[in-house]
Design a protein around this ligand. Structure first.
Ligand code: 6PG
Length: 468
């Protein structure tokens, strides 16, 4: 055992953990890594020769090598493993030490861990980390929440390794309790929404216009140079150029059309329902992933019900620019819903979230990074209490300038029988949100009619019931 003391310890030396450790070491920090799997420790040791990294095979060696108070970052799969690792670490920890959970943990689990560790004098932070393996190596976006003082002790190292945009690190303390994991959960909900919207636009180009993969790649590549500039549009362009090593064919055409999920998008929708936060684009993204899993039923149903038809588009070029605007409009709606959800969650759970800070740290490193985040950051800086991004003057102007195109794309898709649940939900949300009056008066009347559930009136205060 060495006498050298390391500034931060990381448990979980999968690709993400290893890359983040190397990133920290590159920034000049002395860091230690531990994993129950010795082969992962050996892999780290091989890569880490040039760095100040300790790869520890024993938990006691690992914790003993850390400077006090100890700061330990967990990058292990969410769920029971997090509890097991915490239980393994506890005998080696002292009051004032800090555990940071950097996985995609469910926020209620984070609250539970936060409270039980606080009772033992151990600080705990739930921290969303986005950007995948490459982000971990080159600069992720990180969303730490929990204890602000504890965050201050690790702020320098997190700021050094985070992605930077215009000199600002893509990490900041986001809020109290489980705020870090909550914000990451909603990040992933928005990610689901954007991925679904991009997938629908792909479907329209492929089945609707009959474009080949090279043409689709060129469209996404061009869009990524304009107002849709974003990580997800960028990687989509690259995906359509990739050829399969085994067959030489376009890989995209060989991938089964049934999407899986680890659950964060579903959690976003579930908790939005609990909070009565309306996030229909994200909900539809979850629903469409679920429907994609009905592969065998879909195959049988197409034989009975018929499938989509090509769209009778005369000018494909013009339609593609309409599509660009439709996707832009829907991206605005997806982000607006995500931020509105965060606003409601902050009020309900006491997170004290600052939306401008969240937009700021989502500008780089994370999966939903996009040029649009700069606009959103400015919108929330102007008005931190903005209830919905859509009513910010700049965002409203942007949405109004393209809403017609979103509508014409949906009309064309409906006629051709191509499902556009996400795009439609974006427009319906926009239309509902901007409706001074909705037909909910009728729903109230029906509820009162069959269940005496009472209603409020527009012309007088109080609660009323009518014998219909
Ligand atoms: C990120 C990603 C990351 C992960 C998703 C995948 O921000 O880096 O969101 O956390 O790739 O959780 O989620 P699904 O498996 O649910 O699609």
């Amino acid at each position: 055992m060495t006498n050298k003391k390391y500034q931060l310890g990381l448990v979980g030396l999968g690709v993400m953990g290893r890359n983040l450790l190397l990133n920290m070491a590159d920034s000049g920090y002395a860091v230690a890594g531990y994993d129950k799997d010795p082969s992962k420790v050996d892999a780290l040791a091989q890569e880490a020769q040039k760095h100040e990294i300790l790869g520890a095979r024993e938990i006691g060696e690992f914790t003993g090598a850390l400077q006090s108070p100890k700061a330990i970052l967990l990058l292990v799969p969410a769920g029971k493993i997090v509890d097991a690792v915490i239980a393994d670490l506890l005998p080696y920890l002292d009051k004032g030490d800090l555990i940071i959970d950097g996985g995609n943990s469910y926020f209620a689990d984070t609250d539970r861990r936060y409270q039980s560790l606080a009772a033992q004098g151990i600080h705990f932070m739930g921290m969303g980390v986005s950007g995948g393996a490459e982000g971990a190596r080159l600069g992720p976006s990180m969303m730490p929440g929990g204890n602000r003082e504890a965050f201050e002790t690790v702020r320098p190292i997190l700021e050094s390794v985070a992605a930077h945009v215009n000199g600002d690190p893509c990490v900041a303390f986001v809020g109290n309790g489980s705020a870090g994991h909550y914000v990451k959960m909603v990040h992933n909900g928005i990610e689901y929404g954007m991925m679904e919207l991009i997938a629908e636009v792909y479907d329209l180009m492929k089945r609707g216009l009959g474009l080949d993969n090279a043409a689709i790649a060129a469209v996404f590549d061009q869009w990524n140079r304009g107002k849709l500039a974003s990580f997800l549009v960028e990687i989509t362009a690259a995906i359509f150029t990739k050829l399969d090593d085994k067959t030489g064919r376009h890989l995209i055409d060989l991938i089964q059309d049934a999407s899986r999920q680890k659950g964060t998008g579903k959690w976003t929708s579930q908790d939005a329902m609990n909070l009565q936060a309306a996030i229909p684009v994200i909900d539809m993204a979850v629903v469409m992933r679920d429907l994609s899993g009905y592969k065998a039923e879909r195959e049988a149903a197409e034989k009975i019900l018929g499938g989509a038809v090509k769209m009778p588009v005369e000018d494909s070029k013009a339609f593609i620019s309409t599509l660009e605007n439709a996707l832009y409009f829907s991206f605005l709606a997806a982000y607006a819903q995500g931020f509105n959800h965060l606003r409601k969650a902050s009020a309900e759970y006491g997170f004290d979230l600052q939306p401008a800070t969240i937009a700021k740290i989502w500008r780089g490193g994370c999966i939903i990074r996009a040029a649009l985040l700069e606009t959103f950051m400015k919108a929330f800086q102007r008005n931190p209490d903005l209830p919905n991004l859509l009513v910010d003057p700049d965002v409203a102007k942007a949405a109004l300038s393209v809403q017609r195109d979103a509508r014409s794309v949906i009309k064309a898709a409906l006629d051709a029988g191509i499902p556009v649940a996400g795009l439609s939900a974006a427009v319906a949300y926009f239309d509902a949100y901007r409706s001074e009056r909705l037909p909910a008066n009728l729903i109230q009347a029906q509820r009162d009619f069959f269940g005496s559930h009472t209603y409020e009136r527009v012309d007088m205060a109080g609660t009323f019931h009518t014998e219909w």
